[in-house]
Write a protein that binds this ligand. Sequence first.
Ligand SMILES: Cc1cc2nc3c(=O)[nH]c(=O)nc-3n(C[C@H](O)[C@H](O)[C@H](O)COP(=O)(O)O)c2cc1C
Length: 237
Amino acid sequence: MKTIISFLIMLMFTSASAQDKQVFTKITEGDQLIYLLASPSLKGDISLEETINSRRSRRSFAPDGVTDVHLSQILWSAYGVTKPSTNPQRSGLRSAPSAGARYPLEIYAVVGNVPGIEPGVYKYDAIQHRIIRVIAADVRKELTSAALNQKMVADAPFSVFYSAIYSRITDRYGDRGRDRYVCMDLGHSAQNVYLQAEALKLGTCAIGAFNDEMVKAVMLLPENEVPLYIMPIGKVK
Ligand SMILES: Cc1cc2nc3c(=O)[nH]c(=O)nc-3n(C[C@H](O)[C@H](O)[C@H](O)COP(=O)(O)O)c2cc1C
């Protein structure tokens, strides 16, 4: 009897840990492919101080070794909701500060080789912590050409891509919002990505040098979105 009970307890724990490994759920809504991402981890292996000390721009990446858990954690660190609002019309507060809490940034994951996630371009929906596919193809090579052939974009398993909708900020702050606040917001969020990548033993590099028109075409960006940064993410070679 004792053996049967221990076996049942063991089985319970086995299935619980197997369930924990189910880090995202793939669903379709109409013809939209959506991945509900894993809850972020609030504990890391190295201290914030060590992370700041070791952060560097990394430009040489292995073609694999990045998981969906990494992707989920990095998107959350970039712009995830850390204090949800009780008002369903509002997003709540995020991992990065934003002037007037206007959150002008749009964040995409350009996925090439992340096991379990189909290659393509996905928009990050921070409020529901999920990604929604907007392009069903691996566009890393095309994005590399648009980024003045900076090869790290093609090599990295995925990139975080930033654009901004300026009117969210200029509506309230006018020129000051355009000239200062949008890029200040971007810097805060991108630094989180740098530090989170480092803490996950991955690397990244902020890329601001690219051809805007080519990037917009590759990413199929709506007219009101301005491309700002590409941040390839990968295991450093
Ligand atoms: C606004 C901005 C744009 C950048 N654009 C590029 C880029 O296009 N390509 C690149 O290799 N590095 C780019 N970088 C990374 C810088 O070259 C890097 O931060 C700098 O050399 C300092 O090195 P560190 O980040 O390792 O401290 C950019 C950094 C910033 C802040």
